[in-house]
Design a protein around this ligand. Structure first.
Ligand code: ATP
Ligand code: MG
Length: 268
């Protein structure tokens, strides 16, 4: 198990001139009395994939959910500190959460398509955001399904129920649904954990293509996945980030013993 002394070093930032759209500063999250995130400061570089790794229960999902205020939905949750998105404090009370989530989209662990057609899954939120023009909607459906590497498989059956798709296809549909809104940032919480290896590698391919246009933050338990797809990796341990660096450094030359123990499979 990691040395407690290592847990002091929880503030880690990219300190060169990287382009950063999203960051947190001294972020704390409580569920009632339980402090799940204990002052995490991280910066996410634009057009890169950042993996959040660490043992179960260490706060990865809590942290990820706070980035677009999904914790607002949890009554006992209290968030303090700053979440900065393009100079705006996401956590401020006057932020329009609905609009903000258009820019900071999220994909969950279990594919959760609406019980609607493939076409309607993608256009639902666009319509709620006031887009009515059929050509614009058709185009959004095609573009986002192409970006999510699903278009070729479903283009002739857009009216079919999304629930009739395979798990991997459903997850790519959820990715398409998120990117149809053209977010800047895509948050994904273990998006491939319910998928077979082939669907997993398709989702990974999709993410690698998407980073050309989006900044991606992904929670994963799969060390191979983190090292295959991410540029940066943050290691979470009991509510703190104890190491944050380029992925290849985290996996080959970690600075902290706990990180080395975790990435080499000794605990967690
Ligand atoms: N909705 C909730 N209400 C109360 N406590 C919660 C809630 N969600 C998470 N917690 C608590 O917060 C801590 C961090 O949980 P979190 O789900 O963020 O961990 P995680 O790193 O994502 O774990 P896993 O790898 O198992 O998904 C845990 O102690 C958990 O019990
Ligand atoms: Mg989790």
């Amino acid at each position: 198990m990691p040395n407690q002394a290592n847990l002091e070093t929880n503030i880690i930032k990219m300190n060169d001139n990287k382009s950063v759209d999203l960051s947190t500063e001294d972020l704390h999250v409580w569920y009632g009395e339980n402090e799940a995130i204990k002052g995490v400061s991280l910066e996410f570089e634009e057009n890169k994939i950042t993996s959040l790794i660490g043992p179960s229960g260490c706060g990865k999902s809590t942290y990820l959910r706070s980035l677009n205020r999904m914790n607002d939905e949890i009554e006992s949750a209290k968030v303090t500190g700053k979440i900065m998105y393009k100079g705006i404090d996401v956590n401020a009370s006057n932020v329009d959460v609905y609009e903000m989530r258009k820019n900071i989209g999220m994909v969950f662990q279990r594919p959760n398509p609406f019980s609607k057609s493939i076409y309607d899954n993608i256009t639902f939120a666009l319509k709620r955001h006031g887009i009515k023009d059929k050509n614009t909607l058709d185009e959004a459906v095609e573009t986002s399904l192409k970006q999510a590497a699903l278009w070729d498989q479903v283009k002739d059956q857009l009216n079919k129920s999304a629930l009739a798709l395979s798990g991997g296809q459903q997850q790519r549909l959820c990715i398409a649904r998120a990117i149809a809104l053209k977010p800047d940032i895509l948050l994904l919480d273990e998006p491939a954990s319910a998928l077979d290896p082939i669907s997993t590698s398709q989702v990974e391919e999709t993410l690698l293509q998407l980073k050309e246009e989006y900044s991606i933050v992904i929670v994963t338990h799969n060390m191979q996945q983190a090292s295959r797809i991410s540029d940066y990796t943050a290691f979470f341990y009991v509510g703190n980030v104890i190491e944050y660096d380029e992925t290849r450094k985290v996996f080959t030359r970690p600075k902290i013993q706990a990180t080395e123990d975790y990435v080499s499979g000794h605990f967690g």
